[in-house]
Design a protein around this ligand. Structure first.
Ligand code: NI
Length: 227
């Protein structure tokens, strides 16, 4: 499932993020790429230890925790601390698949990347190019969202960022290990949960059919959540 989530950050929060990021110490993104990705990655990133990046990443994680649609779609077990990148002057990231396993910074733990997320921090009219192109079962989807909006897609997808030929594209990106590894099962759960929410709004949470359907949802999560 490829899902866009609007207004994860407010316009005011985006302004604050941008003010900090405009003054941040950007580094060559190739330094953090694996041996295959290094040849196709041409952008800038903040170091994982960068104090500004860490602080903004924590703010973003708090917002995600307050976004029921994100929780419903991702069913997160663990979230990689958000990172930040910047593309300008023809910068691009050629076609690649993100690594399946990532080491969580500062811990001995690893994370299985089930979902990839990109949160846009610049408005589409601020730069030329810079589409996030994601290959899914229906072909290539070109994603270029308003600042503060986020796209969530299966980390198994081949994807690229097209060259930014004018202006600059700034974004946050991270990965999620989900309680439900299988994308198709996760998509069914999301659709069911959204339907239960709609029925609850119309019929009330105590309606017997709503209660029954809600129980089915939770029991499917129980069945499909990896142990
Ligand atoms: Ni990627």
């Amino acid at each position: 499932m490829l899902l866009t989530l609007a207004n994860i950050l407010s316009a005011d929060e985006v302004r604050q993020f941008r003010r900090h990021l405009d003054a941040a110490a950007w580094q060559d993104g190739a330094a953090t790429a694996g041996s295959v990705a290094r040849h196709v990655k041409h952008n800038q990133q903040l170091d994982a230890q960068d104090a500004t990046g860490v602080q903004l990443g924590e703010h973003l994680l708090r917002r995600l925790g307050q976004t029921p649609q994100f929780i419903s779609a991702a069913l997160p077990r663990r979230i990689y601390p958000p990172k930040f990148n910047r593309y300008a002057g023809g910068g691009q990231y050629g076609a690649h698949v993100d690594a399946a396993i990532m080491q969580l910074p500062g811990s001995g733990q690893s994370l299985r990347t089930d979902l990839s997320a990109t949160l846009f921090l610049t408005e589409p009219e601020e730069y030329e190019g810079g589409e996030l192109e994601i290959e899914d079962a229906y072909g290539v989807q070109a994603v270029k969202l308003a600042a503060g909006d986020m796209v969530l897609y299966p980390a198994t997808s081949l994807h690229r960022v097209t060259p930014v030929t004018a202006g600059a594209r700034v974004a946050a990106f991270f990965w999620i290990e989900s309680l439900v590894e299988d994308d198709r099962a996760r998509t069914l759960l999301y659709d069911l949960d959204q339907t239960v929410q709609e029925l609850t709004a119309g019929l009330g949470a105590q309606d017997a059919r709503v209660l029954k359907l809600s129980g089915i949802y939770h029991n499917l999560v129980r069945r499909w959540a990896a142990t």
